[in-house]
Ligand binder design. Structure first.
Ligand SMILES: Cc1cc2nc3c(=O)[nH]c(=O)nc-3n(C[C@H](O)[C@H](O)[C@H](O)COP(=O)(O)OP(=O)(O)OC[C@H]3O[C@@H](n4cnc5c(N)ncnc54)[C@H](O)[C@@H]3O)c2cc1C
Ligand SMILES: NC(=O)c1ccc[n+]([C@@H]2O[C@H](COP(=O)([O-])OP(=O)(O)OC[C@H]3O[C@@H](n4cnc5c(N)ncnc54)[C@H](OP(=O)(O)O)[C@@H]3O)[C@@H](O)[C@H]2O)c1
Length: 386
């Protein structure tokens, strides 16, 4: 839960922190690239609590900015006024630090269509804007960034100012903090999946995750960060049992919770669910958790390796397998936490909880809905999902 004393640093005035560690958590042969980052907040009055997130302002990559400048026939030295502000800065700086070069919209296509000098390009753009093509145009847009449009429609000409006018602000990204301030007061640990994929025959990189993994030099005070307020965290009473479900990068806050509970000798029972593709390569912080299990700091540890057998096994399958015990823990006052993918995982975990309440608590469907609604109100069902 949010640190108690407000720092002078916030979203509008981020602290320039140092990245001091950048290590890969997956072993050789993994399909994933998940990094452990350590950010030093030494030299600031920033403080954090277990369960907080770190806000990070990224930069766009030099390659992407250079490609856009080339397509605009601009040098980058041109002065532009940032949209919806009076701030005048160089185009290169605006494209690097201030504006998103991703996610063009239908409105962007309209602007391109108005400016196309070539008849065939104009016709193609107008065709994309036809109502009957809404679905295929949505797909077209989802596979493109601004550089694709500039290169596919080279007859469209922009002044630097007109181009930046159509761009949105480059937003900070949030990362769940993977360390406890009791153990690491002046460091913030992060667990970040490096986003890389291909669309429209182009390799894409997530702006912030690759900024952290590839472009921030270690130990330079250049990483703009802040700690926003959060409603996710450990109970004050260390004797409260907790159930933590965090597959993939969702493990981050639970590493922090466990660190803190060990350091404060909290007596409450801890049940951790983790899952990822393969046990051999993707057991993030596996050695730490196995040691904690060995020393009885983790009472129950359930692991779901989705791709180590023909059938997928997910964390919610493990929850259902131990449904009776989970219901006992909930009845004994346990807090239930889930962190990670919002679109699929957190929904399926929620459905598994309802199934458990119905099968083992004897609740009707209606009563289980009311039960978890109340649990959320009581802060006993907390979600940090994205
Ligand atoms: C409260 C909170 C906590 C979070 N904690 C963590 C955390 O601990 N660890 C972590 O790694 N992330 C975490 N995230 C997510 C994080 O904030 C970023 O969204 C993530 O790192 C991606 O940012 P990016 O700038 O690298 O990618 P972006 O440049 O924002 O690109 C991401 C976008 O790329 C597209 N995309 C991604 N993969 C594909 C694909 N395979 N095919 C097509 N399109 C694709 C999607 O449109 C996606 O929205 C958290 C988010 C929130 C809100
Ligand atoms: N909203 C978002 O943009 C968002 C959120 C989370 C993750 N991601 C992206 O996904 C990539 C990796 O993320 P991550 O490392 O955190 O792991 P992840 O993709 O969430 O995967 C972790 C584990 O969860 C499994 N899983 C998949 N669907 C599930 C479901 N419905 N219920 C339960 N478990 C499920 C995965 O199995 P299988 O893969 O074998 O099916 C894997 O074993 C990154 O590129 C990240 O950016 C995006």
């Amino acid at each position: 839960m949010a640190a108690e004393v407000e720092s002078q640093y916030n979203k509008n005035n981020p602290f320039l922190a140092r990245l001091t560690e950048n290590t890969q958590l997956n072993k050789a042969g993994s399909a994933k690239d998940t990094r452990h980052f350590v950010v030093s907040i030494d030299g600031s009055d920033l403080a954090y609590s277990c369960g907080d997130s770190l806000g990070v302002f990224p930069l766009n990559s030099k390659e992407e900015v250079d490609a856009v400048l080339t397509a605009l026939h601009a040098s980058g030295d041109e002065l532009v006024v940032l949209p919806r502000t009076e701030d005048e800065i160089r185009l290169q700086e605006a494209l690097t630090r201030k504006l998103s070069l991703a996610s063009p919209t239908r409105k962007s296509l309209m602007v391109f269509a108005e400016r196309a000098q070539d008849a065939a390009e104009k016709a193609q753009l107008l065709n994309l804007l036809e109502d009957e093509n809404k679905e295929s145009t949505a797909l077209f847009l989802s596979e493109r960034e601004f550089i694709d449009l500039l290169e596919e429609f080279p007859s469209v000409r922009f002044s630097p100012q007109d181009f930046v006018q159509g761009l949105r602000k480059l937003m900070p990204r949030l990362y769940s903090i993977a360390s406890s301030p009791v153990v690491h007061a002046r460091e913030i640990h992060l667990t970040v999946a490096v986003v890389r994929y291909e669309t429209n025959h182009r390799e894409r990189s997530g702006v912030c995750s690759t900024y952290l993994s590839d472009r921030v030099s270690l130990n330079d005070a250049i990483l703009p960060v802040f700690v926003p307020k959060s409603h996710f965290g450990l109970p004050e009473d260390g004797s409260t049992p907790i159930i933590m479900v965090g597959p993939g990068t969702g493990i981050a806050p639970f590493r922090a919770f466990l660190q803190e509970r060990v350091a404060t000798q909290a007596s409450g029972k801890n049940w951790l669910f983790f899952g990822d593709q393969h046990a051999a390569t993707d057991y993030l912080y596996g050695e730490e958790f196995e040691a904690m299990k060995e020393e009885n700091h983790i009472d129950r540890l359930d692991l779901a390796w989705s791709r180590d057998q023909d059938e997928k096994v997910y964390v919610q399958d493990k929850m259902i397998e131990s449904g009776a015990t989970m219901w006992e823990w909930l009845e004994a006052g346990a807090i239930f936490y889930v962190c990670g993918d919002a679109k699929r995982m957190a929904k399926d975990v929620d459905a598994a909880l309802h199934q458990i309440a119905q099968e083992h608590g004897g609740l009707s469907e209606e009563d289980s809905v009311a039960f978890f609604k109340q649990l959320k109100k009581d802060k006993r069902y907390q979600r940090d999902v994205y």
